[in-house]
Design a protein around this ligand. Structure first.
Ligand code: GLU
Length: 317
């Protein structure tokens, strides 16, 4: 028997959501609701410099306004909380310790400039491949460097392909050593890295289905590797296309006129849902609809696989 379907939406409360975030949230919600699963809302406020609890409250309010609900999570509670990453440090520390005890992580003293200078070719997503400079430092070298610098911590990756079948995009493969290199699981300021936290959380919250933007597709092999090291069951992954402006650039927080504050001033929840559902291929015309009316006919087959160009004027009244 399969595991009970548990999906999640895991936004970072670092500002107001924009149309692209809401598009992903709608698809994650429909995917879970159309199969009778449980929806979890987790706030990824890992980065204390960028995230605020106030944003989390506004974000939850924006989801509710649209008509997206959740069974467990931020503001609702549940057996697998807390649902704010800033309150889950013990969970990350336990995972980190388990890696450390097995010699799977090591301190990296490289500065950003050193990392970039020593890095092998850059990945398609623009991130540098770590060249392994601090991988084999001796105990003495580490002690000397530790006198002046606080290290980040990296996990050792093997020369090995990790491949998985994305529920929407099909097979994706990456060689961890060649395409990524040893990656950071704890930053030099002590904050646990996204890759470790998201894996620890989805594991601890028994998530079986992750729906998120395709900008995170290339993070998935790293996360699958961590699932394996931590002995956690991995979920299925569905990566959804990003919404792009006419010049091909993906929508982001910089498009202030497309944040939820501006969109709520211009549209009713139904009018906005209709536009998002039309972009997703779920409606023939961008006409008003409630999210729950889309549940019966939801199908991954209808969702485009390429990034979606938002026609000019669609989000203007
Ligand atoms: N918190 C991440 C973001 O808002 C999403 C993480 C995930 O879905 O794995 O971009």
């Amino acid at each position: 028997m399969g595991r009970e379907l548990r999906g999640r939406f895991a936004p970072s409360p670092s500002g107001r959501m924009h149309a692209g975030n809401l598009f992903t949230a709608l698809l994650a919600w429909l995917s879970v609701r159309s199969r009778g699963g449980t929806m979890v809302l987790r706030m990824e406020d890992l980065d204390p410099d960028r995230c605020r609890e106030e944003y989390a409250r506004v974000l939850a309010g924006d989801l509710e306004w649209l008509g997206l609900d959740w069974d467990e999570g931020y503001g609702t509670g549940g057996a697998r909380g807390p649902y704010l990453q800033s309150e889950r440090t013990d969970c990350y520390a336990a995972c980190f310790r388990s890696l450390e005890e097995r010699g799977l992580v090591y301190p990296c003293f490289c500065t950003r400039a050193e990392r970039l200078a020593a890095s092998a070719p850059h990945r398609a997503d623009g991130q540098a491949v770590y060249g392994g400079r601090c991988r084999n430092l001796t105990g003495g070298e580490r002690a000397r460097l530790a006198q002046t610098r606080r290290p980040a911590w990296r996990v050792r990756v093997p020369e090995e392909d990790v491949s998985f079948s994305d529920g929407h995009l099909g097979v994706y493969r990456e060689n961890l050593a060649r395409d990524c290199g040893d990656f950071i699981v704890r930053r030099s300021d002590g904050v646990y890295a996204y890759q470790l936290a998201v894996t620890a959380d989805d594991g601890a919250m028994a998530i079986t289905q992750v729906v998120r933007g395709s900008d995170l597709l290339s993070s998935t092999p790293r996360q699958l590797y961590l699932y394996r090291l931590l002995g956690l069951d991995a979920p299925e992954f569905y990566h959804v296309p990003l919404l792009c402006a006419a010049d091909g650039r993906r929508l982001s927080k910089r498009d202030g006129d497309l944040d939820l504050g501006a969109l709520r001033a211009r549209f009713s929840p139904e009018a906005l849902t209709g536009r998002l559902a039309w972009l997703a291929g779920l409606l023939e015309r961008p006409e008003p609809v409630e999210p729950r009316e889309l549940i019966p006919s939801f199908s991954w087959e209808k969702i485009p696989r390429e990034d979606i160009l938002v026609p000019k004027g669609l989000f203007e009244k």
